[in-house]
Design a protein around this ligand. Structure first.
Ligand SMILES: NC(=O)c1ccc[n+]([C@@H]2O[C@H](COP(=O)([O-])OP(=O)(O)OC[C@H]3O[C@@H](n4cnc5c(N)ncnc54)[C@H](O)[C@@H]3O)[C@@H](O)[C@H]2O)c1
Length: 257
């Protein structure tokens, strides 16, 4: 379905970025995988490249750093011979409360999650425009749509990602570029880490807040089987008339509460 597509995937060293990379290469695309974690990124890329039928290469990136983003994108586009799609799952998540969230925590959450989305999207824009259009797939969260008293900075940052996604879609539609955001609920290292830090009482509260409303089985999805095919659809021409949307891929979590 993606034969010949030239794609950048950020955050590809693990979790949904890794699953997206795997789905794209499995569908015949040529992909440059990027991550701040070079060791894990190279290992994942080596394994997926071997499997094919598409190809995968690794480039280091810090999505919060403008120079790093520009250099990595320029290198990737030279390698791929152009760009058709950017998938951007790279992000960080951590707990914080409204009373005592620090300026440092707030700024870090916004630097990686919000500035990182703006910088990667902006870096992709001229390359996609030069091809007459393409797709950008950002990552939002249910946390950006509801009150999240246990992770206030992450929630605010994801709300900003949703707003950016709509504005970028409105700005770049005339260039044939569609910009959407996936709002996932997937069992990944980010999810496992967040769960492992909870007390027994907080784990029970998390079940009622997050799992109980997942109509399809009361549990988070599998990135490879539940997200991969959706990422392929949004990278493909089959989604050519969809833009500016926040798409929950969450077993019903968002809408069956
Ligand atoms: N897991 C969930 O259920 C869930 C729910 C809602 C939203 N999300 C969002 O989905 C996306 C993917 O989440 P995941 O669970 O796969 O996360 P993850 O933590 O498993 O993977 C994130 C990847 O991003 C990389 N990364 C972090 N900071 C970076 C930086 N500055 N530059 C480059 N790479 C960086 C990490 O090294 C890691 O490989 C994120 O945007 C997350 O906020 C996840």
């Amino acid at each position: 379905m993606l034969e010949g597509k030239r794609i950048i995937v950020t955050g590809a060293a693990r979790g949904m970025g890794e699953a997206t990379l795997s789905a794209y290469v499995g569908s015949g695309a040529n992909v440059v995988a990027m991550d701040i974690n070079e060791k894990m990124g190279k290992a994942v890329v080596g394994k997926i490249h071997e499997t094919g039928p598409g190809s995968a290469f690794f480039t280091h990136i810090d999505v919060a750093d403008k120079n790093s983003v520009e250099q990595s994108f320029s290198k990737a586009v030279a390698l791929l011979g152009g760009l058709d799609v950017l998938a951007h799952p790279a992000a960080i998540q951590a707990a914080s409360g409204a009373v005592d969230v620090s300026v440092e925590h707030w700024d870090q959450m916004f630097a990686v999650n919000v500035r990182g989305t703006m910088l990667t999207n902006q870096a992709a824009y001229p390359y996609l425009k030069a091809e007459g259009g393409g797709a950008i797939i950002n990552f939002g969260s249910i946390s950006g749509q509801r009150a999240e008293p246990g992770a206030v900075a992450y929630s605010a940052a994801k709300g900003a990602v949703h707003s950016w996604t709509r504005s970028a879609a409105a700005s770049w539609g005339k260039d044939g570029i569609r910009v959407n955001a996936i709002l996932p609920a997937m069992a990944t290292p980010m999810y496992e880490e967040a769960m492992s830090k909870l007390s027994e009482e907080a784990t029970t509260a998390a079940f009622w807040m997050n799992h109980q409303s997942i109509a399809l089985g009361n549990k988070y999805g599998d990135p490879l089987t539940d997200l991969g095919p959706v990422m392929v659809f949004f990278a493909s021409d089959a989604s050519r008339f969809i833009t500016g949307q926040l798409i929950p891929v969450d077993g019903g979590q968002t809408n069956t509460r």
